[in-house]
Design a protein around this ligand. Structure first.
Ligand SMILES: *[C@@H]1O[C@H](CO)[C@@H](O)[C@H](O)[C@H]1NC(C)=O
Length: 367
């Protein structure tokens, strides 16, 4: 071999060795294989018809709660640490209660008039006129690392999710790459202030919902493309089974809609994240280089929501396949014939009239 070639070969070998050493020494994740992504239906882009509420005033409104008793007042928590409220009569937004932090996610009403808020960094909070109370920050001796979504049952029990016991909100992408099922569904009992584990080993525990009769509780597993249900009443009380699986996207929040249907926000997977999660080796490489990590996070585009029947069948899917109007929808809340969309990448809450969408769906079918 010519000396020049030998030098080049040595340089390549040295580069490969230092790359391998870097990945070996710096990789912060111990990845396992990811669940393959189920097929996605052809795009319909119906979400592009949405109207933007509070544009510019809302920094990443992840979850939206609509107070029907107050004529449709909207509540959302934003990255500036505020719980914000929209007055239904004039559409104006008000900074309603200051909570603080950057990790406010799920918002849910409590029977006593206060609001339950999931602070990803602190745990489960109660926010009322008297201020903010931390209800739960650990469970059975282990910290609640990533409080995500909550719902209160009529008996006062609060069901809420802890997405991951490995990585917090600011490091969710590591959890995505590592793909270990460490999420949990938790229950807070207001009578004694104790929190217990209802279901563990969840692939990123996210949205939580209750059917009208509260016979079970649903929790979505983002990385498993499914939602589980745990029976609360009857012979099967305590048992877990699949509620809906093979979702065409990764489920985030789930909420009960009209007629007992549910709405689920879904994250679409783009080719690059699909590629890097195919092998544990590529996951390790991406996790080891901050530049690659940052870039990989930014490649996910598009938004999708699904309506699911009471017995867990997908009724319809609405999307914005390339994210032209909205990306990364994290929650869907139905009220009075409209759906309201939250997202961690917008500065508005989306509002879409279902009557308009139905007309367009029928138009598309007949054309
Ligand atoms: C909107 O309505 C609320 C409640 O009635 C009121 O407090 C607020 O001042 C109104 N805002 C505007 C801009 O009119």
């Amino acid at each position: 071999m010519a000396p020049g070639l030998l030098g080049a070969a040595a340089a390549v070998l040295a580069a490969v060795a230092s790359f391998a050493a870097h990945v070996t020494l710096n990789c912060p994740v111990q990845p396992v294989p990811s669940t393959p992504r189920p097929p996605t239906p052809p795009p319909n882009n119906l979400l592009q018809r949405l109207e933007k509420l509070g544009q510019g005033a809302l920094d990443a409104p992840e979850d939206v709660y609509v107070d029907a008793a107050a004529g449709g007042a909207l509540y959302t928590a934003t990255r500036d640490g505020w719980l914000q409220r929209m007055h239904p009569n004039n559409g104006s937004w008000e900074r309603w209660r200051f909570v603080g932090g950057t990790g406010l996610l799920g918002v849910a009403p409590s029977a006593d008039g206060t609001m339950l808020v999931c602070d990803a960094d602190k745990g489960l909070l109660r926010v009322g006129e008297e201020g903010v109370t931390l209800l739960a920050s650990e469970v059975e001796g282990s910290p609640i690392r990533f409080s995500d979504a909550a719902i209160e049952a009529s008996d006062g029990m609060v069901y809420f999710s802890d997405a991951s016991t490995r990585f917090g909100f600011d490091r969710w992408f590591y959890d995505f790459l590592e793909s270990r099922a460490t999420g949990r569904l938790l229950r807070y009992d207001p009578r004694n202030g104790e929190t217990s584990v209802v279901l563990d080993r969840l692939s990123f525990a996210n949205g939580v919902a209750l059917p009208r009769d509260e016979t079970f509780v649903v929790v979505c597993e983002t990385r498993g493309f499914r939602c589980m249900k745990v029976w609360l009443k009857g012979e099967k009380a305590g048992k877990a089974e699949t509620f809906v699986d093979n979702l065409p996207g990764a489920p985030d929040n789930i909420r009960l809609g009209s007629d007992g249907h549910y709405w689920i926000a879904l994250h679409l997977r783009s080719p690059w994240p699909d590629f890097i999660t195919r092998w544990t080796f590529t996951k390790r490489v991406v996790a080891s280089f901050p530049v690659l990590l940052k870039w990989s996070k930014a490649t996910t585009k598009g938004a999708m929501v699904a309506q699911v029947s009471e017995d867990g069948n997908i009724v319809r899917v609405l999307d914005d396949s390339e994210g032209k109007v909205i990306n990364s929808v994290t929650s869907v809340t139905e009220f009075n014939g409209d759906i309201f969309l939250g997202s961690l990448t917008t500065n508005f809450v989306g509002k879409l009239s279902l009557a308009q969408v139905t007309q367009q769906e029928q138009g598309a079918m007949s054309s």
